[in-house]
Write a protein that binds this ligand. Structure first.
Ligand code: 5AD
Ligand code: SF4
Length: 470
């Protein structure tokens, strides 16, 4: 059953805005900030919102954390290694603080929403000053003020996760690219996944709100919008017919040049959406469609609610509607009980689909999830051996997919100058593949027609052409 979504009240928003003004006027406020971001695009976008709020308080960004007056860790808890990395860096701020007693340290993001975590931080880490979860970004002003005034209890108050807050200021990294959240939270409860516990129940933003934000972005010169949600396919804008296909259709009318979206769940990828993707010229020919495993036994234990065959059926439907679509995926190896045969099914799925690329993970038990209690853990050496074999197989496939693209034409949104070669620009093709080509920096932010000429490691090489042939 869906839990009620609590829209943040007008009074609460006014209260936070008032605190922003108070902090801006205080001479003892931090002058500079450094946000350290872990995890997914959703978190990257949250960091843009956090930066937007801090700038409203009059602070400036500082990329060197040793020099900043405020360090904010926007954490991720999807796997144990993400948590360990963040914890190591949080603990290191103790050293920075020795040199710089006025330093303020905040911890937010998904780790902060885990049960008991904020209390642990408060009691055991005196060099951390405040904390709040991903559903409470709008409370950053309040938590910072409590920290500045030494009210430790209030600075760590753990709270809501199912709020819906509109109108946060956003500081976007690029003028030509923008993230746009369409929904928050997740109701799927895949048995391995901590996201429903830390990001709360599914809640969609109103379609009119999303469209008006997209129109503003287009007016401001944005070329590409990446729509974000843990499961965008179950977007439901609250009115009849306000599903994700309709949202894409309406967004297409804003004049945006490129639309992408993440993440799709195969079980909700309906024909209507595939049709809309195929006929909407703004939608890029790429889909990230996490498979997680090629074994029906594992998919069932993971509570994914589709089978290998239905996954393959969706792939066939996508390719028959869009023959040049590029597919990418996420795969987990060594889920509890995974046999050599189950793993073989994942290898054969990868061979059958021929993904452009795959993110591969060793299963990591997460407290509070159903899978954490499952027997038959796979030994670490077996897990390592499997992931190595899977990566090698996917790398072979990626090389041969790239080779098959040589000689074809595409468009690249030029994002910047290549770090390795100042004469080259770098960006992504419509299919979302990284691509370098010679060109002047004036092209940054533009969509440039190219022909693919070769491949480097994980990138395509290309040259500019006048116009992409139809
Ligand atoms: N262990 C390993 N990988 C995980 N993922 C999510 N939870 C876990 C876990 N507990 C992977 C899934 C998901 C991606 C974002 O992270 O593949 O799609
Ligand atoms: Fe993103 Fe999930 Fe990590 Fe949170 S836990 S940052 S939602 S990947």
């Amino acid at each position: 059953m869906r839990e009620a979504v609590r829209p943040v009240s007008r009074e609460e928003i006014l209260r936070q805005e008032d605190i922003i003004r108070q902090i801006r006027l205080r001479p003892d406020r931090p002058q500079s900030y450094c946000i350290i971001t872990y995890g997914c695009q959703m978190n990257a976008h949250d960091s843009e919102k956090l930066a937007g709020i801090l700038e409203e308080m009059g602070m400036r960004p500082e990329s060197d954390r040793q020099k900043a007056d405020l360090i904010l860790f926007n954490t991720c808890c999807i796997r144990d290694n993400a948590e360990r990395r963040a914890m190591g860096n949080i603990i290191f701020t103790k050293e920075i603080r020795r040199e710089k007693p006025h330093l303020l340290v905040g911890v937010c993001g998904c780790m902060a929403q885990q049960k008991g975590f904020q209390d642990r931080l408060k009691d055991r880490y005196p060099f951390v000053d405040f904390s709040f979860g991903p559903g409470e970004i709008y409370r950053l002003p309040e938590r910072l003020l409590y920290a500045m005034e030494g009210h430790r209890e209030e600075a760590f108050k753990s709270g809501e996760d199912s709020t819906l807050y509109e109108g946060l200021p956003v500081l976007r990294r690029d003028p030509f690219f923008a993230y746009l959240t369409v929904m928050y939270g997740c109701d799927n409860f895949c048995s391995y996944c901590v996201v429903p516990m830390v990001r709360g129940r599914e809640r969609s933003r109103a379609m009119a709100q999303i469209l008006s934000e997209a129109e503003d972005l287009v007016k401001g010169g944005v070329q590409e919008i990446m729509l974000l949600g843990q499961n965008v396919n179950s977007y439901d804008g609250g009115e009849p017919g306000a599903d994700f296909a309709r949202l894409l259709h309406e967004l297409g009318k804003t004049g945006i040049r490129r639309l992408r979206f993440m993440t799709s769940n195969p079980k909700d990828l309906l024909d209507g959406l595939i049709l809309e993707m195929a006929r909407n010229p703004a939608v890029c020919p790429h889909l990230h469609l996490p498979a997680q495993s090629g074994s029906d036994r594992m998919l069932s234990a993971m509570n994914r609610r589709y089978t290998r065959e239905t996954y393959l059926d969706r792939v066939r439907a996508l390719r028959s509607a869009m023959p040049h679509i590029g597919l990418t995926t996420d795969l987990i190896v060594a889920f509890p009980g995974e046999s050599e045969q189950d793993f073989g099914d994942t290898l054969s799925l990868v061979e059958e689909v021929r993904f452009d690329s795959a993110f591969t993970f060793i299963y990591s038990p997460r407290t509070g999830t159903k899978a954490a209690g499952l027997p038959d853990r796979v030994p670490p050496e077996t897990a390592k051996d499997r992931i190595t074999r899977l990566i090698a197989k996917q790398e072979d496939i990626t090389r041969s997919v790239f080779a098959s693209l040589i000689g074809t034409a595409d468009h690249v949104l030029a994002e910047g100058v290549s770090r390795r070669d100042g004469g080259q620009l770098t960006g992504k093709t419509g299919r979302s593949l990284a691509c370098n080509f010679p060109g002047p920096p004036e092209l940054i932010g533009q969509i440039v027609p190219v022909r693919i000429t070769g491949q480097g490691s994980n990138t395509l090489k290309a040259e500019r052409i006048e116009r992409k042939p139809e």
